[in-house]
Design a protein around this ligand. Structure first.
Ligand code: KG4
Ligand code: ZN
Length: 343
C-alpha cells in the first residue's frame, strides 16, 4: 500500500510517498526559513499562507517523482498536531479532502510519533523496543518505545525545549534564525569551559530536564564582559557542551534503567554533530547502539509522517475513517488516540 504523508505543523512543508513493500518512494520539502528570517522567528499567519501556496505543487511533484497516480494511493497521513493551529489546518484540509475524493482513509498523525519512528527509515533500522531521545524546537523527551503506538514518557523538559534554548541563546548572541545550526557553527570556533555555565538537573535522580536557566546564565556572562568575538564563541561552545552533557547523562540513565540496549535520537537538535559524537561514544563504551534518522530526515519532513501512517495502517491502528478536519495544536503523545493498548 502506498501512503502519502503531509507535514505542515510549523515552518516546513513536507510531502512524501511511502510504500510498505518498497520503502520511501519520494519526498520533497519546502523550508520557510527565508520567509521568516527577517522577523527572527516563525510568523504563524505567513506560515499558513505559504503552506497553502506550496502543498499542491509539492504533492504533484512527489507523485511525478515516483511515477505514481493519485488513484494508486491507499491512504493519506497528515500531521494533526502538535503545532501551529493555522499551519496544521492547511495540511489537514488538503489531506482529508483528497482522501474523501479518492475514497481512502486519512490518518491524523502525531508529529512526535513521526520524529521518533524516523530512524526506522534508515537502511540500518533499529528494532523495537528502544529508548528514544526526542530533541526538537518544541520538545525534549525521553520515551520508552515498545512498538507502534506504545510510547511511555520517561522524562521531559520542565521549561524550554533543547532546540528552543539553542534558538533563544543564538538570538541573544546576535545570531540569525534558526539559531541551532548557527550557534553550533559559532561553537566550533570557541573553547568550552573558559566561561563556565551550569549543567541544570545533571545530578538529579529523575529523567527530567530544565534549560531555561542556561539561557539566563549565558545572558549574564555575555553582559559581564564577554561581548567580544572570542567571548561569544566561547559562550556558544560552553552552552552547547552544557546541553550535550545533560542530554547524554540523562539518555544513558534512561537506557540503563530500561534494561534495553538501543538509543534512538530524533528531532532537529539530533542533527547536532557534537551531540551525536558524545552519544555515539557513550553508547559505544557500554556496547549499546545509537541510531539516528538520515541527516535530511532529522528536522521536520513528510517522510516520517507517511512512514508513521503506513506503520499504523499495518498495525491496525488506522481508526475509524471520517471526513472531519481536526487539528490538535497541543496534543500529548500519551493521548489514547496515539497509544494502542499495551500488549
Ligand atoms: O524537529 P524540528 O525540525 O522542528 C520541531 O518540531 O521543533 O527541530 C527544530 C529545532 C530548532 O530549534 C533548531 O534550532 C534545532 O532543531 N536544530 C539544531 C541543529 N539543527 C537544528 N540545534 C542544534 N544544533 C543543530 N545542528
Ligand atoms: Zn519536529
Amino acid at each position: 500500500m502506498i501512503v502519502l504523508g503531509i507535514e505542515s505543523s510549523c515552518d516546513e512543508t513536507g510531502v512524501a510517498l511511502y510504500d510498505r513493500d518498497r520503502g520511501l518512494l519520494a519526498h520533497r520539502l519546502h523550508s520557510q526559513v527565508a520567509l521568516h528570517a527577517e522577523y527572527g522567528g516563525v510568523v504563524p499567519e505567513l506560515a499558513s499562507r505559504d503552506h497553502i501556496r506550496r502543498l499542491p505543487q509539492l504533492i504533484a511533484q512527489v507523485l511525478a517523482d515516483a511515477g505514481i497516480a493519485r488513484r494508486d494511493l491507499g491512504a493519506i497521513g497528515y500531521t494533526s498536531g502538535p503545532g501551529l493551529a493555522g499551519a496544521l489546518l492547511v495540511g489537514a484540509s488538503v489531506a482529508v479532502s483528497m482522501a474523501f475524493a479518492l475514497d481512502i482513509p486519512a490518518l491524523p498523525i502525531h508529529h512526535l510519533e513521526g520524529h521518533l519512528l524516523s530512524p526506522m527509515l534508515s537502511a540500518d533500522a533499529p528494532a523495537f523496543p528502544f529508548v528514544a531521545l526526542l530533541v526538537s524546537g518544541g520538545h525534549t523527551q525521553l520515551m520508552r518505545v515498545e512498538g507502534v503506538g506504545c510510547y511511555r514518557l520517561l522524562g521531559e523538559s520542565v521549561d524550554d525545549a533543547a532546540g528552543e534554548a539553542f534558538d533563544k541563546t543564538a538570538k541573544l548572541l546576535g545570531l540569525g534564525y534558526p539559531g541551532g545550526p548557527e550557534l553550533a557553527r559559532l561553537a566550533e570556533t570557541g573553547i568550552p569551559g573558559r566561561i563556565p555555565l551550569p549543567r541544570p538537573m545533571l545530578k538529579a535522580d529523575h529523567l527530567d530536564f530544565s534549560f531555561s536557566g542556561l539561557k539566563t546564565a549565558v545572558l549574564t556572562a555575555y553582559n559581564n564582559g564577554n561581548r567580544t568575538e572570542g567571548g561569544r564563541a566561547d559562550l556558544a561552545a560552553e552552552f552547547q557542551q552544557a546541553v550535550v552533557d545533560v542530554l547524554v547523562a540523562k539518555s544513558i540513565k534512561a537506557v540503563e534503567r530500561s534494561g534495553l540496549e538501543t538509543l534512538v535520537v530524533a528531532g532537529g537538535v539530533g542533527a547536532n554533530r557534537h551531540l551525536r559524537g558524545a552519544l555515539d561514544e557513550a553508547c559505544r563504551q557500554r556496547g549499546w547502539r545509537a541510531c539516528y534518522p538520515e541527516p535530511e530526515l532529522c528536522t521536520d519532513n513528510g517522510a516520517m509522517i507517511a512512514f508513521a501512517a503506513s506503520l499504523r495502517v499495518t498495525a491496525g491502528l488506522a481508526g475509524p475513517s471520517d471526513q472531519s478536519i481536526v487539528v490538535r495544536p497541543r496534543w500529548p503523545l500519551e493521548d489514547d488516540r496515539v497509544q494502542s493498548a499495551w500488549g
